[in-house]
Design a protein around this ligand. Structure first.
Ligand code: FES
Ligand code: FE
Length: 388
């Protein structure tokens, strides 16, 4: 894969077009990225009682996540130990005390132990734990359950390091008390684009002036496209007349108590590799989870999180939700506009990144590194911030 060697000094190369269209390469990304790293799977509050469960695709694996009777979160490969039937076909549901395979009725308790199976008493040598469901590593952070299907999960610091690179530390994010916020709105977007186009788009703000009129009205500094160049810890300031992070700049909801004066009226965006985008504003947090389902298709689940009493009291959050819902739709439309061109002969060697996008080159280098390839483009400093 040779990229153009005659670039102007201002430009660096993107990945070649095939990176966004080749199913074999997508399978390698699933293996070396999504099946090797910690991924953000479900909001812990979605598993609100024992037996509540969710199934989530992690790379090419389906993972079943539930809450046991001791209220601990448990995750398993969603594969029956008998002959491999998918245990739970639904995305969400609830069982009373056990998961029963619909094929031959092997039954597992909420900790994964084999409870019962037809004729099991005639097979006394079959260990209940040994033939229980295969566990998947879990961690709870920011009120979400993160899972890792790797045999030896990497240190969880792999997740937090992107937050440190952006904010300078992890304490800054703790002030938002994200684990105690409540889900105000969830929107699922089915995006006809490769997951990397969505990540790249989130990392830059060169497009903000063109496609995000509402966002640049609220955050005027995004209008010059250089938001991504800000130093560690910088949050974009709300415009002078702006009262809140809403679609029309009108008043937002109640401020999260941990937010200091200095973080008030500021917007922070963080890309947590490989599949989370976080937006922090004084009165809410927006968290996106990306689920790549095919080389040219990605499901994005976006949660808007507010103080619990704001959600419980039924306060109107629609203007607040509408701002980033519009931003999301504008972004995803742009990604979908690029996807078909990735297979064009003209784009075989890829495109170029202007200086305010050069930090995307670090993301590309990281992808290449995970896949065991040499880096592309010119090296730029890591830990680059995100735009809108
Ligand atoms: Fe699950 Fe047989 S495959 S019980
Ligand atoms: Fe955007």
């Amino acid at each position: 894969m040779t990229l153009s060697s005659h670039l102007s000094d201002s430009l660096i190369s993107t990945l070649p077009g095939a990176s966004y269209t080749d199913p074999a390469l997508f399978a390698r990304e699933q293996e070396h990225i999504f099946e090797a790293m910690w991924v953000c799977a479900v909001r812990a509050g979605d598993l609100d009682r024992p037996g509540a469960y969710r199934t989530v695709d992690v790379g090419r694996e389906s993972v079943l996540i539930t809450r046991a009777r001791d209220r601990s979160v448990r995750a398993f490969f969603n594969v029956c130990r008998h002959r491999g039937a998918r245990l739970c076909a639904e995305e969400a549901g609830e069982v009373r005390r056990a998961f029963q395979c619909p094929y031959h009725a092997w039954t597992y308790d909420l900790t994964g132990k084999l409870l019962a199976a037809p004729n099991l008493t005639r097979m006394p040598d079959v260990g209940r734990t040994e033939y229980g469901l295969t566990g998947v590593a879990t961690r709870e952070w920011l009120g979400y359950v993160w899972v890792c299907v790797a045999e030896e999960p990497p240190p969880f610091e792999e997740v937090t390091q992107d937050v440190v690179a952006r904010l300078g530390d992890t304490e800054s994010i703790e002030h938002y008390g994200i684990d105690h916020l409540a889900l105000g709105k969830r929107i699922r977007y089915d995006v006809r684009a490769n997951w990397k186009l969505i990540v790249e788009n989130f990392m830059e703000c060169y497009h903000c002036a063109t496609i995000h009129p509402e966002l640049t009205d609220v955050l005027p500094e995004f209008a010059d496209g250089y938001a991504a160049q800000y130093y560690v810890g910088h949050g974009a300031a709300f415009g002078d007349g702006v009262k809140g992070f809403t679609v029309d700049g009108s008043e937002g909801l109640d401020r999260i108590p941990g937010i200091s004066q200095e973080r008030d009226r500021r917007y922070y965006a963080i890309t947590v590799r490989p599949q989370v985008f976080l937006n922090l504003v004084p009165d809410h947090v927006i968290l996106h989870r990306l689920y790549p389902v095919a080389v040219d298709r990605t499901v994005v689940e976006c949660d808007w999180l507010y103080l619990p009493y704001v959600v419980e009291s039924g306060r109107d959050i629609s203007r607040s939700v509408e701002l980033f819902d519009r931003v999301n739709r504008q972004d995803f439309e742009a990604c979908e506009r690029c996807q078909p061109a990735m297979s064009s002969r003209m784009y075989a060697r890829g495109g170029v990144l202007v200086p305010s996008e050069h930090h995307i080159g670090e993301f590309h280098g990281w992808i290449q590194q995970r896949l065991g390839k040499r880096e592309v483009g010119r090296s730029v400093s890591p830990g680059a911030p995100s735009g809108g």
